[in-house]
Design a protein around this ligand. Structure first.
Ligand code: SAM
Ligand code: SF4
Length: 337
């Protein structure tokens, strides 16, 4: 039965409460990571992207429907023009709505410029991607990235005073699986957390994903040869399992969309760069929120009703298979990682 927009929580057909939105604010990026993008990418015409004002209205609508956590991502969110204005507006929502936690995922390259203003605007936590500590390899994995710039970005984030900083590392066979322990050591030395991510079959890339795929169980076994991992209660309602690295202040997480089914406790939805509300990362069920935003400018009640109605089509789950690639033709940079 269709619910009405007076409700203040989003509950789907399976009784799961949606309180977490991941918002992709651009499909553009200054890097071209091999697992994320093709060598040649065609980006969306700018008028197709949600404007920053539309994003603020949309996130405001979600926050009025009980969404407590928003992660801003992309593409590289910090290459979007006037992004500091956006974060200030989103941070202000914490004073007036259910929003409690504002977070960002970034490749770190622009942090020397933005880390301080992000904290001032109310960004609580930050995830920074780091797949290698070797400059030449980092360049090969990101095609255009500079390790030194990212290390400077991590330093700026540490100084700026986020509540917590987490590294994200996608582990690929034959590329960086020999750095699993070194990346953990780097996290420990810098008092950061770290998540290891299984490569997902999103969009066409130049390598064969079934050959590079490295499971979380394999990564965990490597770590266990060096560290003692104690199960942690930390849970994001998502595809991560967390452990404390014993005797250190750092946690390690495993993001395992293939090997461990996390759909039962899914609490999240995604909004793509062009305003498509995606109800599951691994399925195509979606609602065109940009159409509503542009056809009825400023009509937040209508927007909220569309979001409430979308709960009726949130799928029960997904099933990735690296051998049938790509499962989903969207790149992660469009979906928002
Ligand atoms: N540009 C930012 C960054 O790199 O952190 C934010 C966007 S990026 C799409 C978000 C996360 O998704 C990154 O940690 C990246 O490593 C991860 N990612 C991208 N493509 C992926 C894929 N095919 N499988 C698994 N993780 C992927
Ligand atoms: Fe850019 Fe992030 Fe994708 Fe790398 S993972 S290409 S940094 S969007």
């Amino acid at each position: 039965m269709t619910q009405v927009a007076t409700q203040t929580q989003l509950i789907d057909r399976f009784g799961r409460r949606v309180n977490y939105v991941r918002m992709s604010i651009t499909d553009r990026c200054d890097f071209r990571c091999v697992y994320c993008m093709d060598e040649e990418m065609v980006f969306m015409p700018r008028q197709q992207l949600l404007s920053l004002e539309e994003i603020v209205l949309l996130i405001g609508a979600f926050a009025e429907l009980g969404v407590e956590k928003v992660r801003v991502t992309g593409g590289e969110p910090l290459v979007r023009k006037n992004v500091d204005w956006l974060f200030k507006e989103l941070g202000d929502l914490k004073q007036t709505t259910a929003l409690k936690e504002l977070t960002i995922t970034t490749n770190g390259s622009q942090l020397p410029k933005y880390a301080e203003s992000l904290v001032k605007s109310g960004v609580d936590r930050i995830n920074i991607s780091l797949d290698s500590l070797k400059a030449a390899r980092f360049k090969a994995l990101t095609r255009t990235g500079d390790l030194n710039g990212v290390l400077k970005g991590i330093e700026s984030a540490k100084k700026a005073g986020f509540k917590r900083i987490k590294l994200n590392a996608v582990i690929m066979k034959g590329r960086n699986e020999d750095e699993i322990v070194d990346l953990a050591r780097f996290a420990i030395e810098n008092d950061l957390d770290i998540s290891y991510i299984e490569e997902m079959p999103l969009g066409h890339v130049t390598h064969d994903r079934s050959e590079s795929y490295c499971s979380s169980d394999e990564v965990k076994a490597v770590l266990e040869s060096e560290f003692e991992l104690q199960p942690s209660l930390a849970n994001t309602g998502g595809p991560s399992r967390y452990y404390q690295l014993k005797g250190t202040g750092s946690k390690v997480g495993f993001i395992s969309p293939h090997s461990h089914n996390f759909c039962e406790s899914c609490n999240r939805v995604r909004v793509t760069t062009e305003g498509r509300l995606l109800l599951c990362l691994g399925q195509e069920h979606s609602v065109d929120l940009r159409d509503i935003l542009r056809r009825y400018p400023g009509d937040k009640a209508r927007l909220k009703q569309a979001i409430i109605d979308s709960m009726e089509i949130k799928p029960k789950g997904h099933d990735f298979n690296v051998r049938e690639q790509p499962v989903i033709f969207r790149h992660m940079s469009v979906t928002g990682g």
